[in-house]
Structures are given as C-alpha cells and as structure tokens.
Design a binder for this molecule. Structure first.
Ligand SMILES: Cc1ncc(COP(=O)(O)O)c(C=O)c1O
Length: 442
C-alpha cells in the first residue's frame, strides 16, 4: 500500500539530488525525518530498520548521545579555525586517536571532508612521494575494474564503474586497470573470502611489464569492493598485490572508506586481512556520518620523505578549508570513543557468523544467483529482468522501504551493511522482511 506522503515539503524541484532518479523520487518521495539507534523515522510516521548504516557510514547507529553532545559543545566552544598554518587541539587529538587505532605502520593522518577527497589526497600523496624520493617518472596510477573511489576526477579515473566514467570526458591520462575479482561461475554462494581468483593479481605484473615499473606511482584498490556490489577479495589476492607492489617500488593504497571502522569486525580491513598497504583512505564511519570528514592514513616512511628542506616551507601543497574542522574533529573523537565504549567492533565480529547464516538462509528464493558476506556486510545478487537491468533490485528496494527496511542496491545487487550495534533479534527482523520482499519479486 502506498504510504501517506503528506508530511513532505511542497516544493521538491530545487534540490538536484545526487545519484538519484530525481523525477521518480519527486513523484513518490521517501522522506526521512528522524533516526534513533537502528531505525529511521519516515515522514509518514513509520519506523524503518536501517539495513545500510545510512550510506555505509552510521556504524555506531543513530543519535548516539556522546556524539550529539560533542558536536553541540564544540559548535559553542570553537566553531571554526583556519586549517592552514593554524591549529586547534581536537584535530591533533583525533589524529593521535586514529594512529593509535590503526595498525602499527600508520603514524600520520591527513584530514579531508569525504571519501572522494581522501582518494584524491592519497593519489596526490603517492605521486608527490615518488617525486620527493627521486622517482619523478613514476606518475601512472593503477586501479581496478568495478572499483569505486568516489566521484572526483582522480577517483573516477582509477575507478572502474562504467556509468561513473562514461559521461565525463577523457579523465586522467596515464591510468590503467586490473581486472575485477568477481568470478560467480566459480565462487557463487561463497561464505567469506572466495577460494578462486588470487591469480587475478598477477595481471598487475603484466601491466607493470607493459609500462615499466619506473612509470608507476601507485595501485589503488578497495580491499573489499563495496559500492560495485560487494566483491570479496579471493584468498591470497591481497597478499599477492602487496608482494608485487613492494617488489616494484609501487605505493599500495587501500580505499577503506567502507571497510574502515569495524565493518569487518576489525578497525581496518588491513588489520582484518593482515595485509599492510602504504596509504589508507577513510571517511564515512570516521564521524558516524554525522559531520562530513575523511582522512588518509600514511606510514611514517611516506610522511618522512616529505619532511625535508628548510623548515619554514610548506611540505605538501595540498589541503582543504575544512581539513580537520573543529566540529568534525569533535564528532570523530566522540565516534571513536563510542565504538570503544560500546564494543561495537567486537559486536560486529561476534555477530558475523550469525549474520552469515541468516543471509545465506535466503538461498533458494526466486531470482537469487549469488549471496556473499564478510563481517557485517552482505550482498544478494539477482538475475536481471531481461532488457531491464537494475529494475528487479530497485523494485526490491522500494518494496523493502514500504515494509520498513532500508536496503541499498547497485545494478541488480542488494547490499546490506547495518549499524554495528545490531543484535540477533534485529538481524532476524531484517532477513524476515527481506525474505518477504524477495518472495514477492516477479
Ligand atoms: C571505497 C569508497 N571510496 C570512496 C567513496 C566516496 O566517498 P564520498 O561519497 O564520501 O565522497 C566511497 C563511497 O561510497 C567508497 O565506498
């Protein structure tokens, strides 16, 4: 039954919505007006279980008192401080807290305002690092098919999602792509890391042979590819990438905008897989999505190469007006404290097997061609309707919303990533509702 849509603004035309079917949305708006814990509140007064942590970002759940209070207090105390050539205490405190939470090699933090900016920052640091260490011919960047690295020009150039690239011209030059790791014919219905596909990392050797290692600055991958529809790294794949990049003096960047902050049950995927890149990009869960913020974590080795020359000179010509913004920093500190205090990463790790079983119990429902999971992430791939790709999953998304469940879809893949505070009863509720949706799909 269509919901009562009366409690929405009269005029929806001005707001050009991002990554949204604007005309469809504005005919039947899905308007959220509140959120607490695991649930959103809709304009028509319904509770909707958050199966996606907002957009993979509200890892602690909604309206967490510590974060709310920290933001409120910070706005009153110091609303803004110039980010260049000036400092304020909370940005330094948050950088230290991140360093303490990250695996050992990551000693320094560069603040941004989003995942996209973290990606641009990491790519620029990688190229500038190579130059600073006397390897200025290393300017090429290598990404991967189906990679998502945000929407700015560097990110879409190394990214591999066709619709995010094809409308926007020639992009960056000097970029190449490794093959994606999705092998449904061999790995469908794998639990956790799939068995097959480590050999796909060898393609990097071919790309290096083609261009010459001395032209390549960095390789960027999502350790687990989220926005493209949840693609797990095959067993041994990331280890191979690390070995090959190290052998050839190439920086390895893990884009952990989704996998950071407990999503896989560890602080970062680097820790989860025990594979250490040289740079880690983050955003989203850093502030629980409350205030926009991102960060790039760098090893001491990378950072220290920049710290040369006369001390009064700027070492890296890069930064944003809002890098380390005081309110965002306060939100970040309170978020990290919330994760720790509530044991949320531990909860994610402890619930992962229950989550996995509940997710895979959907196998056999109509149109499902694959189910994948890791930590508190799940994906259900549906057979597309012939001639109408994406429509089946989008129908599921709309129906789930009507049934009180928020899911996310990319193509014909349903992605799930609830706040890490979820409990077993809520996991049952989520998959109960989703099963109803899937049973009704034509
Ligand atoms: C891996 C990855 N990188 C970058 C981004 C871009 O982040 P933002 O939307 O904050 O710019 C995302 C967003 O989903 C992401 O998943």
């Amino acid at each position: 039954m269509a919901s009562d849509r009366s409690a929405v603004p009269n005029d929806l035309s001005a707001f050009w919505m991002p990554f949204t079917a604007n005309r469809q949305f504005k005919k039947a708006p899905r308007m959220l007006v509140g959120a607490e814990g695991m649930y959103y509140k809709t304009a028509d007064g319904r509770d909707v279980l958050d199966g996606t942590a907002g957009l993979w970002c509200c890892n602690a759940g909604h309206a967490k008192p510590r974060i709310t209070e920290a933001v409120r207090a910070q706005v009153a105390e110091l609303d803004y401080a110039p980010a260049f050539q000036m400092g304020h205490p909370k940005a330094f405190e948050l950088a230290s807290a991140l360093r303490d939470m990250a695996p050992a090699p990551f000693e320094h933090v560069f603040f941004t305002n989003s995942g996209s900016e973290s990606v641009e920052t990491a790519l620029k640091i990688a190229i500038a690092y190579q130059r600073a260490r006397g390897q200025g011919t290393r300017t090429r960047l290598i990404g991967r098919e189906r990679g998502y690295h945000g929407v700015n020009f560097g990110g879409i150039s190394v990214g591999g999602i066709v619709n995010n690239r094809r409308f926007f011209g020639s992009l960056l030059t000097g970029v190449d792509h490794m093959p994606h790791t999705h092998l449904p014919e061999k790995n469908a219905f794998s639990r956790g890391q799939p068995e097959h596909g480590a050999y796909l990392a060898d393609e990097l050797e071919n790309i290096i042979a083609l261009h010459g290692a001395e032209t390549i600055a960095a390789v960027i991958v999502e350790p687990m590819a989220g926005s493209t529809g949840v693609l797990m790294p095959p067993k041994g794949y990331l280890e191979k990438l690390r070995a090959i990049t190290r052998k050839h003096g190439i920086i390895l960047i893990f884009d952990e905008v989704i996998t950071g902050f407990g999503r896989l049950g560890s602080s970062f995927a680097a820790e989860h897989f025990n594979v250490m890149p040289d740079l880690i990009t983050t955003a989203k869960g850093l502030t629980n999505g409350v205030i926009p913020m991102g960060a790039v974590l760098a090893t001491g080795e990378i950072h220290d190469v920049f710290m040369q020359g006369p001390e009064h000179l700027i070492e890296l010509f890069h930064g944003y007006t809002y890098s380390g913004n005081p309110v965002a920093s306060a939100a970040g500190l309170a978020t990290l404290e919330t994760y720790r205090e509530e044991g949320l990463f531990e909860n994610a790790a402890a619930l992962a097997p229950y989550w996995e079983n509940a997710l895979h119990s959907l196998k056999g429902l109509p149109h499902i061609t694959d189910i994948r999971n890791m930590g508190l992430i799940g994906a259900i791939e549906l057979e597309p309707i012939e001639g109408e790709p994406t429509k089946r999953a989008f129908t599921a998304f709309l129906d789930a919303y009507e049934k009180g469940l928020m899911i996310r879809t990319t193509g014909d893949i349903i992605a799930l990533s609830p706040p890490l505070m979820i409990n077993k009863a809520q996991i049952d509720e989520l998959f109960g509702k989703l099963a109803d949706v899937l049973k009704g799909l034509v």
